[in-house]
Ligand binder design. Sequence first.
Ligand SMILES: C[S@@+](CC[C@H](N)C(=O)[O-])C[C@H]1O[C@@H](n2cnc3c(N)ncnc32)[C@H](O)[C@@H]1O
Length: 246
Amino acid sequence: MNSIPSNRQLWNRISGSYQQKHDAQIGAAPRLWGMYSIPDAQLHALGDVTGKRVLELGCGAGQWSRALAAEGATVVGLDLSEAQLGAAAGATGAARYSLVQGAAEHLPFADGSFDLVFCDFGGLSWAPPHLAVPQAARILRRGGRLVFNVASPWFEACYDEAASRVTTTLQQDYFGLNTIAEGDGATSYQLTYGDWVRVLRGAGLVIDDLIEPRPDLGTPNGYNETDPADWAHRWPAELLWVTHKP
Ligand SMILES: C[S@@+](CC[C@H](N)C(=O)[O-])C[C@H]1O[C@@H](n2cnc3c(N)ncnc32)[C@H](O)[C@@H]1O
């Protein structure tokens, strides 16, 4: 399935409203992970990036890329959507890193050219992982790391489409989650735990950790309604994979 044209169209269409709604939260401080803006200082997923060659896969308006460039990394922000790249280019501090239009499915970089590839609900949520993970592995140098945050199967399986909120009732089959229709042919992707392990190991990566970010009680979800409000304090809403290329 080729979701590149429809995902590009979707993100071009929603970029303005998405940034209006979420930019302040995503960029409120450097290194905030996911729907609950949990600081990396708490999760320790990314490590020191000083002097490293870093690629953000699906950088959106570049809030993460900007922050890592300011820490002394040489950063490339890749995104499929020209509207999202426009938002990144227009943001303060954008001059400190490069922006490239491209798809996580076909990365336009040489083998072994990055020390760190990462994303937060980016290319590994919006491109088929069985294509995007081997691409990311290919462009990492030996010892380089792939770190990424995606929604958990729990969160997706409990998402009630009709009510537009996450509940405590299983709504979708766990084994049928693979693709999630986002409207007008746009698609996001979700694997089972076993399939993530197989895709990562199949691309030659070593899994160092699977962090399950847990928001403190009362932390708001900036993207989705949950019922109960403390859903993600009780069940894992996100998976933060930490891997490296041996
Ligand atoms: C939810 S945003 C993630 C960016 C940022 N971390 C954020 O939270 O806003 C998803 C991004 O992935 C991009 N995207 C969608 N499909 C992609 C693909 N196949 N390859 C690379 N980026 C893609 C979108 O254009 C969008 O900017």
